[in-house]
Each structure stands twice: as C-alpha cells, then as structure tokens.
Ligand binder design. Structure first.
Ligand code: AMP
Length: 301
C-alpha cells in the first residue's frame, strides 16, 4: 500500500492565452495540477479553498481520480482566478489578472485524517501559510515546496525560515537566481542548499530540470515535443508526478528519486500538449509508461 500525499495550494479557474489560442475558465491551480498528476501513482489529499461557484462536475472529476476532497473547503465567495498570457517564447509569461477570491484570509486547518500523510507538498502560496500548514502534519517523511518570484521578493524572511524543513525545493531557474542572487544555476543551487533545503530541483522549461543535493547532481532533458501548446501547470504536474512516484515506491534512495524525476518530466510533457489540464483527463497509465520508456531510450548512451 503506497503512502498518501497531501497537497496544499490553489484551485483555480484560469484564463490562458498562448501563441496558439485562448481558453477561458479552465480548471487549474497549483494544487489541482499537482493532485491530478500525483493521483496516477498514489492516494492524494487535496487541501484548498474553493468558492460557491466551484462546479459539481469538477468535484466528480477529481473524486473519480481517487483524490480525497475532504480538505477542499467551500467558502463564501468566488474561486481563485488567474489570467496569464505567454510570450512567443513560452518560457515567459505575464500575469494579466489575479483574483484571490476565497483565498483572501484563508487559513487552512488540516483535517485529522490528512495530518498523518507522510508526503506533503506545499504549493505556491504565502510562505507564512505554508509553515502553518506544515506544522499540522504529525510525521511527514518528505516535504516538497514550490514558490515564486512574488514571495521571494515580498516574503523572503518567512521563505528562508521554512527552507531548513524542506526536503525538496522545486523552483524554476529564474526563481533560483532571485532566491540566491546567483545567475549561474549550479552556484544558485549550492547557495540554496546552504540555506537548508535538503535538495533543490531547478526546472528549466523546455531545457529540462536539474536536481542538486549536497553530494550529487542529476540532469534530465524535457521530452522533445514538436509543439508545446500551453505550459500552464507544467511545474506542478512535474512535482506531482515526482512525489506521486516516490510515495508509491515507498523508497527515497537516489536511484528511485532519479526515476521519480523522469516520471515528473513525462507527466509534464503531457500536460503541455493542450490547454490547462485537458490532456490529463483521458491520459492512461499505459501512455505514461510508453513515454517513460521512450525517455529512457532518449537519454541512454
Ligand atoms: P505553473 O504553470 O506550474 O506555474 O502553475 C500555474 C497554476 O498556478 C495556474 O493554474 C494558476 O491558477 C496558479 N497560480 C498562478 N499564480 C498563482 C498565485 N499567485 N498563487 C497561487 N496559484 C497561482
């Protein structure tokens, strides 16, 4: 029986503009993308607020994936909304609009049944909230954390205070540079390890990802796709696949961690093939395994 994962973060309606088109009111959010990806491997508890406008069909979809929704708390007001627009270079995007909705003033209380989860992922929210959530878990064995430029600039002390409790920090290369003050990714990662995180996974968009720990470095390419349609959720999906695979294996050896990173890359390569999380809806485990094998062949020499 695999260990359960708890994820806390945003559940959102996204308006997405990419060079390939536009989609309105797509189901998204950092915690949702993570939860869907992780649910291919392990039981997931989703902890997030939603508004009264959150549709029953979305709950049915998530529950159908085996995701526990006891922590998906309906609050008076509207669900978090994000509107993003990607540049021609889709590694770059602008936030055009953000409406916190029920997220404003939200202080999560983790239900008793969820507190025992051994794998915890603190999605991209205020680091002070991330800490308050983490304190509620009784015995986590692996804690992952995502953050963004906004929190690095606005809440650095709170972010630095939580890093020594983080086993795996998942950030992109620009965030790593901002957090460390180092443009070079290797030096940036070393600095961040010095701040106390046990390992740092630096995501580099179409260039893949690099895992840094005190005594090893592991690099994976991104799966070569002819077209990246919409990168939204790629980072959270990567983290969800990674932690999902780790939780399912119950093993945290370097070898398993490396495989987990490849699964994270594989899941991320699917989510970017369509708007938001659409591609994940019909995705079969067999497709994941096929692309995993292609990935192994791609990097073997
Ligand atoms: P990613 O592309 O992996 O960075 O994740 C994109 C998701 O994060 C979208 O579905 C958004 O709804 C969500 N998101 C964007 N900005 C924020 C924010 N400030 N706080 C929480 N979630 C956000």
């Amino acid at each position: 029986m695999s260990d359960a994962i708890a994820v806390i973060g945003s559940v959102a309606f996204d308006t997405l503009e990419t060079p390939h088109g536009r989609a309105d009111d797509e189901l998204g959010g950092s915690a949702l993308h993570f939860a869907v990806a992780a649910s291919f491997f392990a039981p997931v508890h989703l902890v997030a607020p939603v508004g009264e406008d959150f549709p029953a069909a979305a709950r049915t979809y998530l529950a159908g994936r085996g995701i526990d929704l006891a922590g998906l708390e309906t609050r008076p007001g509207t669900t978090f909304r994000w509107h993003g627009r990607y540049h021609e270079d889709m590694n770059r995007r602008d936030t055009l609009h953000l409406d916190l909705g029920v997220f404003a003033g939200f202080v999560p209380t983790v239900a008793a049944a969820v507190r025992a989860a051994r794998y915890v992922f603190l999605g991209n929210i205020d680091p002070a909230l991330q800490r308050r959530v983490l304190e509620q878990f009784t015995a986590p064995v692996l804690v992952g954390l995502d953050t963004m430029n906004h929190w690095i600039a606005e809440a650095r002390p709170a972010l630095e205070a939580i890093l020594p409790r983080i086993d795996l920090l998942v950030i992109n290369d620009q965030e790593a540079a901002e957090l460390s003050g180092e443009a070079n990714v290797t030096r940036a990662a070393r600095r961040i390890l010095g701040l106390g995180a046990r390992a740092v996974l630096v995501k580099r968009g179409e260039y893949g990802a690099i895992l840094f720990s005190p005594d090893s470095v592991f690099a994976v390419p991104a799966f070569p796709l002819e077209q990246v349609f919409d990168p939204t959720g790629a980072g959270d999906t990567f983290a969800g696949g990674l932690l999902g695979y780790l939780a399912a294996s119950g093993d945290r050896s370097e070898r398993t961690l490396r495989r987990a990173i490849v699964y994270g890359s594989v899941l991320a390569s699917f989510v970017v093939e369509d708007f938001g999380g659409r591609r994940m809806r019909g995705l079969a485990r067999a497709e994941i395994e096929r692309r995993y094998r292609q990935f192994v062949a791609l990097t073997e020499f």
